[in-house]
Ligand binder design. Structure first.
Ligand code: PMT
Length: 219
């Protein structure tokens, strides 16, 4: 069998409301970069779409830098047709300011309410045009973690989702540790527990490989 082609998204997006101010979230990109490295280590041809982070680019992986949810969507649309599996770890900003000022907004005007609109839902858009691609999402939640994750698995029409408990300090956003359970479309769950992002990424890729590409093996 040909090499499995894996597309990974990582990091936050930034939604600017003037040239120097934006809304975003604390995602560091670590989880996604570790997944990209694990996928490559498994022998998969791996491409990474990376939001703004201070991480070093992983070796041997083609990296596309993006800033906003729109950029991430456009890049994902361009690359999606050439992948067998998409793993979206990116913490895409759900909202963006409706208007972006070309000039820096003066401090005196900053107390004016900024109006927001939803960003495009990248996974949902891709799930509409998928052919045989496997879609794997992540859901960072602080409560009812698995129940919310199951909701996203269904509403975004995914094959699997990593329910990510980010309620405890020291794991989740911008930490070296994470705590995830993988939930499949048919309801099966695999608890990966709390571990380093690097070890979790390796376990996750091994499980996804066995589940979705059993004939391909490790290259
Ligand atoms: O980057 P780190 O610091 O290492 O942190 C890792 C992480 C906590 C960000 C990561 O493990 C994680 O959980 N990522 C998902 C973040 C999240 O809360 O996603 P969500 O629940 O908003 O979205 C669910 C899924 O839909 C995700 O796969 C997301 O990429 C995708 N999505 C979300 C919004 C949107 N507009 N388009 C999307 O495709």
């Amino acid at each position: 069998m040909e090499k499995i082609r894996c597309l990974v998204s990582a990091g936050p997006t930034r939604e600017y409301f003037d040239p120097v101010r934006f809304i975003s979230n604390p995602s560091s990109g670590k989880m996604g970069v570790e997944i990209a490295k694990a996928a490559r280590g498994f022998g998969w041809e791996t491409t990474l779409i990376l939001g703004p982070t201070s991480l070093e680019k992983p070796e041997g992986i083609e990296v596309f830098d993006v800033v906003s949810a729109d950029d991430m969507l456009n890049r994902a649309l361009a690359l999606f047709g050439e992948c067998d599996i998409l793993i979206m770890t990116a913490a895409v900003s759900d909202m963006r300011p409706k208007k972006k000022s070309k000039a820096k907004v003066k401090k005196e005007s900053l107390n004016m309410a900024v109006e927001f609109e939803p960003t495009p839902d990248i996974l949902r858009e891709l799930s509409k045009i998928r052919k045989n691609q496997i879609l794997v999402g992540f859901a960072a939640e602080t409560n009812d973690v698995k129940s919310y994750a199951r909701g996203k698995l269904a509403s975004k029409n995914l094959d699997a989702i990593a329910a990510n408990d980010v309620s405890k300090s020291g794991s989740g956003f911008a930490a070296d540790l994470n705590e995830i359970s993988l939930i499949f479309k048919d309801g099966r769950e695999i608890d990966l527990g709390k571990d380093s992002k690097s070890r979790l990424a390796k376990k996750l890729i091994e499980i996804l490989a066995a589940e979705f590409f059993p004939q391909a093996g490790k290259k």
